[in-house]
Design a protein around this ligand. Structure first.
Ligand SMILES: C[S@@+](CC[C@H](N)C(=O)[O-])C[C@H]1O[C@@H](n2cnc3c(N)ncnc32)[C@H](O)[C@@H]1O
Length: 309
């Protein structure tokens, strides 16, 4: 039995396959192959029949002689070209999440929010057909976009995937979960629910975009007591220009995407041994107390428990 979606990744090009056409300037167009159809550009047309039944990695000529390299898009290409509702997790972070969260074939993974379904596709790839990914998404319109993107990536609905429209903090009823990935504005609201659902030793990976979110989720995890000391990382991916003696970093790069926080669930009733190293002087001083008090006040205002000053 072949894995879901693998038939779209290899073999001769077939009707329904996605193909990425790259012109000499590196501009890309993604088309779905259909017998008898043509793809029209300002530089002439390319007949789909010229590509069908042949291998990928070929160069096709348009009617006015422009050459296009034809290849199946990779998952990272699909993510960057997918219709979006919410902002997607970029391929560099998705790859690292799969690694740091130790997503393995057959694992049961929960994820929120599904957003555009980009991270969902990487998770489904990693758990395979025998695993399970249960995604949560508050917004029904985004859940629909995520479902369409999963189907576009795998060519059919993925049997290992389930999506629940709703808030993970209140809707999560799964048990014995192996791994969890959170990408949302307020992940600290979901820490307890994920802890209840997860088995001891399970891994939680949280993606946040800002330093204030990073601080809040790490302190929430520490304060909860049911998790190992959180590890925080950021990855900067720099591409290089390599031509003869001109070997240097490219001038442009994506400067910042987000931070990853990784932690593991402790067994019930276990307390972490106290940390050997003390927090630096001032880390939890007066400014910190004021910061926490402000956060509490804002949360109470948001819950309607206090009148704004
Ligand atoms: C940045 S997007 C996620 C993008 C997604 N990881 C991807 O790669 O396509 C954040 C999403 O989380 C959803 N969300 C926020 N809080 C949530 C919660 N508590 N439960 C479920 N979904 C939530 C939002 O509606 C939004 O669509």
């Amino acid at each position: 039995m072949t894995a879901i979606g693998s038939e779209l990744r290899s073999g001769p090009l077939q009707p329904g396959d996605l193909v990425q056409l790259t012109d000499p300037k590196g501009r890309m167009h993604t088309i779905t192959l259909e017998r008898g159809k043509s793809f029209h550009t300002a530089k002439g047309a390319i007949a789909h029949d010229d590509l069908l039944d042949g291998p990928e990695g070929v160069v096709a000529s348009s009617t006015n002689g422009t050459k296009y390299l034809a290849q199946r898009p990779l998952l990272r290409d699909l993510v960057l070209s997918m219709p979006r509702g919410a902002t997607v997790i970029y391929p560099k972070d998705a790859a690292l999440i799969v690694g740091l969260a130790d997503i393995y074939p057959g694992a049961t993974v929960i994820e929120a929010g599904a957003g555009s379904g980009a991270m969902t596709c990487s998770l489904l790839r990693a758990v395979g057909d025998s695993g399970r990914v249960h995604s949560f998404e508050r917004r029904e319109d985004f859940a629909k976009i995520a479902a369409a993107n999963v189907e576009r990536t795998f060519g059919q609905p993925h049997p290992a995937w389930e999506i629940t429209v709703g808030d993970l903090a209140t809707e999560l009823a799964d048990t014995n979960v192996d791994r969890a990935v959170l990408d949302m504005l307020a992940p600290w609201e979901c820490v307890s629910a994920v802890h209840t659902a997860m088995r001891p030793g399970g891994v939680l990976c949280v993606y946040v975009a800002t330093t204030t979110q990073l601080s809040r989720i790490v302190e929430e995890l520490r304060g909860h007591g049911g998790w190992t000391e959180p590890e925080s990382t950021e990855t900067l991916l720099r591409s290089w220009h390599v031509e003869g003696l001109a070997v240097r970093p490219n001038h442009r790069m994506i400067g910042h995407t987000g931070f990853l926080v990784t932690t593991r669930r402790l067994a019930d009733g276990v307390e972490l041994p106290p940390k050997r190293s003390r927090p630096s002087k001032g880390a939890y001083g007066q400014d910190w107390q004021a910061h926490v008090a402000k956060q509490k006040e804002q949360a109470e205002q948001a819950d309607g428990k206090a009148t704004p000053k």
